[in-house]
Design a binder for this molecule. Sequence first.
Ligand code: 3PG
Length: 307
Amino acid sequence: MKILVATEKPFAAEAVGGIKNIFAEAGFEVVLLEKYTDKAELLAAVVDVDGLIIRSDKVTAEVLDAAKQLKIVVRAGAGYDNVDLAAAKAKGVVVMNTPGQNSNAVAELALAMMIYMSRNCFTPGTGSELLGKTVGIHAYGNVGRLVGLKAKALGMNVVAYDPFITDAAVFEKDGVEKVDSVEELYAKSNFLSLHIPATEQTKKSIGYKLLTSMPKGATLVNTARKEVIDEQGLRQALEERADLKYITDIAPDMKDELAEAFGKRFFATPKKMGAETAEANINAGLAAARQIVDYIINGNTRFQVNK
Ligand code: 3PG
C-alpha cells in the first residue's frame, strides 16, 4: 500500500515522524508532498497512491480522477469542505476526518483573538477585559464546547446555539446557557465565536443583520471558515457601527479593503493558524494515519463522512 501525505501547510516534524512510524509498522510505503505551490504537483503525486492524508488541501473531482488506485482520503482535521464528497463517493473512495483532534489548538486561538481585540491589537491605549462579558458560541461542537469551557474559566458568561443539538442537558452539564435562535445568540453576545462549517446552508449566512444586532462594542471571532461570512454585509455593519470589530483566522476576500477601512477594528491572520500547533499536528496526523491503516486492514469506517 502506498500512502501520500499531501500538505501545502506541512505538519510539524514530530507529527511526520509519527505518521511514518504508523505506516512502517503496517508495512505501508509513505510519500510526502509538502509546501507544493501548483495543483499539478498534487495531480502527479496521487497517480499511484492507495491512501491520502491532507489538511486544507483541495481534493477535487480532478484530483480524484487522477488518483486511479485511491481507496481513502483522510482530512487530518475537522472541516472537510475541501473534499468533493460526492465525486469521492461515486468513485468508491472513502473520506474521513479526525474530529476533535485539533480542537484545543483552535479553541485557544479563539480566546487569544478575543484578548487581542480587547487590548487594541496590542498597541497602546485603554482596553477592556473578558471577565464578566458574554461570549456566544455559534455551533457547540468540539471546538465550540472547548471555547465555552475555557471562557468560563476566564469568568465569562457563556451562551450557545447549535441547530443540531436540541437536548438542553448537553449545555446544562457544562454550565452553558442554551439559546433557541441564532438571532437571540447574536443579540446577547459581546463576543461571538463562530464554529459553523461551510455548507450550502451556512455560506454567507453571517452578515449585516446579525452583526448589527450585537451589543455595543461587540467582536465577531472567526476561526471557522471565511465562506460563512457575507463580506459586503460585514463591511456595511462595520461602517455603520464604529464600535463593532471583526477578527478572523481565515483571510476574507476583501482583506485589504477591510484592513484599510477599519484599522484596529479588523484583523486577519496572515495564514490560517488555528490548528498550527505541534500538539494538534501530532493528534490529527497520527489519528489520520491510524484511521487509514484501520480502514485498509479492518474495513473500519467509523469516521467516514461520505457514506
Ligand atoms: C480544520 O478544519 O481542522 C481546521 O480548519 C484546521 O485546518 P488546517 O489543517 O488547514 O490548519
